[in-house]
Design a protein around this ligand. Structure first.
Ligand code: NAD
Length: 438
């Protein structure tokens, strides 16, 4: 294929501030990992921007540069951290309480972690019932939105950042659907002024961020960005946005396994998934309204990968069930079980059992980093609105109206890398004959 025209990507000069609404297990593990990497104490495994390479040209050319040498990304040394939480604990205290990381890893970066403290949060018990905390802003929703905008401006100034990115790492909010208040930005602003109950806290952070020209990524399954008002605002302000729900754990495994089964035309009769999880995220998800948000996000993946309308004999009768059980003794060390009933030649049934003893925050932390760095890249490349090329990172990727969601991790990975190649004026890799590509 012929090369694309190179896009003028602005350089990653100066510091990048990463703002995290919700500074719990994922956010603190992410920060600790970056600080520890910066000191050369640990390696940023799991992060495509730090470890990944990209093939350029024909395979025979053997050009596999590191992604962060191929595209201009912010470097780890240039990152500043900030954020908001309803609990005032600094990041050393959060890391200690979350029990994700070993003491030796936290102690080695104690000073830096202790200096990062959450700003007062915008919170509503209507959207999260199972937790509450003292570090909250007061006033009307409009006043809270303005206060968040002021926080963003102050952070940028005091930390001397050239650019910012926001990544929602807050708890999962109760399930809600778009309503009139979400239809346009004018309706949304009127809703803020009227203290509308239809506006979730995460949406106030998203509003403040987009208004400040700061890209926003949604790591939870909340509705947050997926409303017409924000699609309009992001385009108007030239801001890159993406969501939703970090693709980790069981869903990561699902989107790795399902494309393989389908590629071999093996049928699937049922996919039963269950989890035990004992961290604060698990406690929040123990409320049925919050679990419903997660369930919707988790259930969607198989349908789009298996295309039951295209392959009715193989997948039309697939029974898909997902449960999460709150089980405190496990903390962040989630355990997921999948029983997959498949069938093959002449209809003979077989079973696959997957028992994933994972660590939730260890899987999510590198995604926070990659999303922040790639969203900053998008912004400097002049991309705005929903960044579908970042679907790779999400359980329920947001797409532009009329587009079909892609869940297959291999297609998502190809789309991501081809976007980078196109950005830099190189030909996309289509995996057809290398001689033809060359
Ligand atoms: N860890 C994973 O593998 C994974 C995968 C996908 C999605 N997620 C999502 O990421 C989010 C964070 O997960 P976690 O394990 O860090 O949870 P956590 O409970 O440890 O941290 C979430 C933090 O958000 C805070 N919070 C809640 N509402 C807030 C608000 N309005 N403003 C500011 N702070 C607020 C809570 O006080 C808490 O400290 C959750 O929504 C979770 O569902 C996690």
């Amino acid at each position: 294929m012929s090369p694309a025209k190179k896009i003028n990507v602005k350089p990653a000069d100066g510091k990048l501030g990463i703002l995290l609404p919700g500074m719990g297990a994922v956010a603190s593990t992410f920060i600790a990992g970056v600080l520890s990497s910066r000191k050369g104490l640990t390696r940023p495994f799991g992060s495509l921007t730090q470890m990944g390479t990209i093939r350029i040209g024909a395979r025979s050319e053997e050009r596999f540069p590191l992604i962060n040498e191929y595209v201009p990304l912010a470097q780890l040394k240039d990152i500043e951290f900030g954020g908001w939480d309803i609990f005032p604990d600094n990041m050393f205290e959060v890391c200690t309480k979350a029990e994700v990381l070993e003491t030796k890893h936290i102690e080695a970066i104690k000073e830096e972690l202790s200096s990062i403290k959450p700003m007062p949060a915008v919170f509503s018990p209507k959207y999260i019932k199972n937790i509450t905390g003292p570090n909250q802003k007061t006033g009307t929703l409009w006043e809270k939105a303005q206060a968040l905008r002021a926080d963003i401006q102050n952070f940028k100034k005091t930390k001397n950042c050239a650019r910012l990115v926001t990544v929602w790492c807050g708890s999962t909010e109760a399930y809600c659907k778009p309503s009139n208040v979400h239809a346009t930005i004018e309706a949304f602003e009127a809703g803020l002024k009227a203290d509308s109950e239809e506006i979730a806290p995460s949406q106030i952070y998203a509003y403040a961020s987009i208004m400040e020209g700061v890209p926003f990524c949604n790591g939870a399954p909340n509705l947050t960005l997926d409303i017409p008002a924000f699609l309009q605002l992001a385009k108007e302000k030239g801001v890159a946005i993406s969501g939703r729900d970090f693709k980790t754990g069981q869903t990561l495994m699902k989107t790795i396994l399902a494309p393989g089964l389908k590629s071999r035309m093996l049928g699937v009769a049922g996919w039963y998934s269950t989890n035990i999880l004992g961290n604060r995220d698990g406690a929040v998800l123990d409320d049925p309204a919050n679990f419903k948000t997660k369930e919707e996000s988790k259930l969607g993946v198989l349908d789009t990968i298996f295309q039951p309308k295209v392959y009715p004999e193989l997948y039309a009768n697939l029974y898909h069930k997902v449960t999460i059980n709150y089980y405190p003794p496990r903390g962040d060390a989630k355990e997921g079980w999948d029983n997959i009933d498949i069938f093959g030649w002449m209809g003979y049934p077989m079973q696959i059992k997957v028992n994933f003893l994972c660590r939730d925050s260890i899987l999510a932390a590198p995604l926070v980093l990659d999303l922040a760095l790639f969203s900053d890249l998008s912004q400097r490349a002049g991309f705005s609105g929903i960044q579908e090329w970042l679907s790779f990172y999400y359980k329920a990727p947001s797409v532009n109206e009329g587009n079909v969601v892609e869940h297959d991790i291999f297609i998502q990975s190809m789309k991501l890398k081809n976007t980078l190649r196109t950005m830099m004026g190189d030909a996309p890799v289509t995996h057809t004959d290398d001689a033809v590509e060359a």
